[in-house]
Design a protein around this ligand. Structure first.
Ligand SMILES: [Zn+2]
Ligand SMILES: [Zn+2]
Length: 264
């Protein structure tokens, strides 16, 4: 199985100051075969801007891709915040730029974010909030077509005013199964996002039981991403995820060029 990092942020994202060249050097050091930059674009993010300077981003990454062409396969993607309110805008943005790979992520629900002040959780029990998160994720994967993989399936585990933020997947398994089936039917995949290993001391987003479930339902398109916002984290825990994916039955990870899955 190839070692890849298909989820990385740099200074082109509003929440990172990382130098993309240092990401590349770290990726080479970690023995990765391929990486994909996926800086943030979230339209109308509440309270702060998560708009990428897309022309400058593409130009800078093309230059780096050329510089390192003999050392590392570099792809240029985007992590787009899926919010059903802005479907047309999101679709036009993706279709008018030449990204290799698009992660679709739920960072907001109808313009309400989870981070600070996390208004999404007001007046809801944890179960109600988590259910709504998965229901909205299902709506997004049904409605949107211009993405390749769903980002961090159970991202909500990071947030909420609860001492125990963990997600009890069994309570929403019917919805999560529908998310998986919809992705599979549409030829889209999921990622294993390794940022959970460090911050949450759990396994990736989602956990490997859910990855197994996705596999058992027929899902074969999968990527690994660290969600690095600093260069020291590039490639972190990729080895560990590769071993788990092989145990589940995956033969390889998926990579993409111009939003089409590479045939290897
Ligand atoms: Zn994200
Ligand atoms: Zn990210």
């Amino acid at each position: 199985m190839r070692k890849i990092d298909y989820h990385m942020h740099t200074c082109f994202s509003a929440d990172s100051e990382a130098n993309p060249q240092q990401h590349i050097q770290q990726a080479i050091k970690m023995g990765l075969e391929e990486i994909c930059f996926t800086d943030h674009q979230d339209f109308h993010y509440p309270g702060t801007s998560f708009d990428v300077d897309v022309e400058r981003y593409l130009e800078a990454m093309q230059d780096l891709k050329k510089t390192y062409q003999d050392q590392l396969k570099i792809k240029i993607g985007i992590e787009i915040g899926l919010d059903c309110l802005y479907q047309d805008e999101i679709q036009t943005f993706i279709e008018t730029h030449s990204f290799d790979y698009v992660i679709g992520s739920i960072h907001t629900i109808r313009n309400t974010e989870f981070f600070l002040p996390g208004k999404f959780f007001d007046g809801k029990t944890k179960e109600e909030a988590h259910r709504e998160f998965f229901e909205e994720t299902l709506r997004c994967v049904q409605q949107f077509d211009d993405f390749n993989c769903l980002g961090h399936l159970d991202y909500i585990v990071r947030y909420g005013p609860y001492e125990d933020k963990s997600v009890n997947h069994a309570l929403y398994q019917d919805i999560i199964d529908e998310i998986f089936k919809t992705l599979i039917k549409k030829g889209k995949g999921i990622e294993v996002n390794t940022s959970g290993f460090k911050d949450l001391k759990t396994c990736g987003f989602p956990n490997f039981e859910q990855v197994q479930r996705y596999y058992d339902l027929g899902g074969r398109i999968i990527t690994i991403g660290t969600d690095s916002h600093t260069s020291d984290r590039v490639g972190e825990n990729v080895d560990r995820v590769v071993k788990e994916l092989e145990k589940i039955g995956f033969k390889d990870v998926s990579t993409f060029t111009k939003r089409v899955k590479d045939s290897i």
